[in-house]
Structure formats: C-alpha cells, structure tokens
Design a protein around this ligand. Structure first.
Ligand code: 6PG
Length: 245
C-alpha cells in the first residue's frame, strides 16, 4: 500500500482552506522549478469551496495564474453551460475570476456528438502539452471520491479501470446519465502531487476503507490512484473521517 499523507480538519471550509494552501504551494514550486504550473481539476460538489477560495483576493493575487495551465480529470457529455458540466462549475466559481489566459484552460468537449471524439481530442492536447512523456506529468491532480469509491469517472468494476495505454477514455456511471470522459489510471498516477478532498458523513465508510486502513476485499478506484513517482495526500473533514476517529 502506498503511503498517503492524511489531514483531517474540522469541516468543509477548513478542507478548502488547507487545499488552497496546497494549491498555492504546488503552483509556486512548479513555476519556480519548471516555469509553469499544470493542474488537473476535479468535478463534483466538493471542490466548489476550494475554487471559490482560490478566486478570492488573497489567492487570486498570489497564484501565478498567467503561468498556470488547467486540465480536468473528467467531464460529463454535456455542453459547457449545462449545470452538470465540471468545466462550467470551475468557470463560474474560479476561472472567470482569475487572470488565466483562456488558451491555457483545456476543457473536455462535453458537447461533442461523439464522446469518443471528445476523449481523443482531449488526449491529443495533453500529448502536445507533455510531448514524448509516457504519461501526463501534472504538477497537481485534484480528485474527489464518491461513496462507492469512484474517482474522476473511474467507477468500480468498469473496464476503464483496465486501460493501460490511453490517457483518456469514455466511461459510464452505474446510474443513468450522460456518458463520461475521464483520465485513466496511468494518467492520474503520473501526477507529481495527487490530492483527494473528501467531505461528509456519507463518505465515511469508503474513506475508512480506502484511506483509513479498514480491511476490505476489492480496492476502490480511488485507492488505485497510486502515484508512480509522486506524493498522495487526502484532506478530509471530521464527518468523512468519523468512522476512524
Ligand atoms: C465528478 C467527479 C467525481 C467526483 C465524485 C465526488 O465529476 O463528479 O470528478 O469523481 O469527484 O463523484 O463528488 P462530490 O464532490 O459531488 O461528492
């Protein structure tokens, strides 16, 4: 089992505060060392508070946005203005409030008639950004988890978990809804820093098993995001960690 740094804080606001600190530190370090900061954003509800925090004055003025390149871990096959669009959520809470050049925001084309096309074109942009690399070496990969242990759009038992070569594939969620386009395990694992944010009591059982050492049989998709050459951290609130406190 890979070692995971674990931080448990009081509530979702404290998760956002700690995550914003990590985001700024990762950005500063990446720009200092490599001249740019490449981040993969998470979708879902949990990171909204982080994105809002990053858009507020302190971080808006401190993060090197002009040297930041944004990708997304996954997307639903919906247009960017759809309420379920991860890009739409990140744009409203964060991206339209900070001085990031629009050409440095690479969204997944959820509106494409064929999600396979959206996956292929997104992978092409990633490969241009990381030329010649075996996998996308994001400086920071932000992720959430579902109560079923999914992360990005990698769901338990889905064949997308088996993908070894492609960086982006089409996946489906167990519940009805639009198809999803997601980074694969090899792509997520390549991150220099992988940061999971987990809040809420409904995640307490999966958190205890995936990140709290509670035994279980089949590893959850989130557990399988083991950095190839990076560090993994999970920041949870007390409600999410309640089963191990
Ligand atoms: C998404 C995701 C997904 C999410 C989890 C947790 O687009 O929904 O990237 O993996 O992180 O489902 O979602 P919540 O934060 O809404 O609980």
């Amino acid at each position: 089992m890979t070692e995971t740094q674990r931080l448990i804080v009081a509530d979702p606001a404290a998760v956002a505060t700690a995550a914003a600190e990590r985001f700024l530190a990762a950005a500063e370090e990446a720009v200092q060392r490599r001249g740019r900061f490449i981040v993969s954003l998470a979708g879902g509800a949990t990171p909204r508070a982080l994105y809002t925090r990053l858009a507020a004055a302190a971080h808006r003025d401190a993060v090197p946005w002009r040297k930041t390149i944004v990708f997304f871990g996954d997307e639903r096959a919906v247009p960017p203005d759809h309420p379920e669009s991860n890009y739409g959520m990140a744009r409203q809470t964060l991206l339209e409030h900070v001085p990031i050049p629009p050409e440095q925001v690479h969204r997944i084309l959820g509106e494409a008639a064929d999600p396979e096309h959206a996956a292929a074109s997104y992978e092409a942009v990633l490969r241009e950004t990381f030329p010649g690399e075996p996998a996308p070496r994001f400086d920071l990969v932000l992720l959430g988890i579902g109560a079923d242990g999914h992360t990005a759009s990698l769901f338990p038992g889905h064949s997308a978990l088996e993908e070894e070569k492609r960086w982006v594939v089409v996946a489906s969620a167990p519940k009805p809804g639009p198809p999803r386009i997601t980074l694969t395990l090899p792509a997520l694992r390549a991150g220099r820093r992988i940061l999971f944010l987990v809040t809420g009591e409904e995640k307490s059982a999966v958190f205890a098993r995936a990140f709290g050492g509670v035994p279980h049989e089949t590893p959850y998709p989130c557990e399988l995001v083991i950095p190839t050459d990076g560090v993994r951290e999970v920041i949870a609130d007390r409600a999410a960690a309640s089963a191990i406190l």
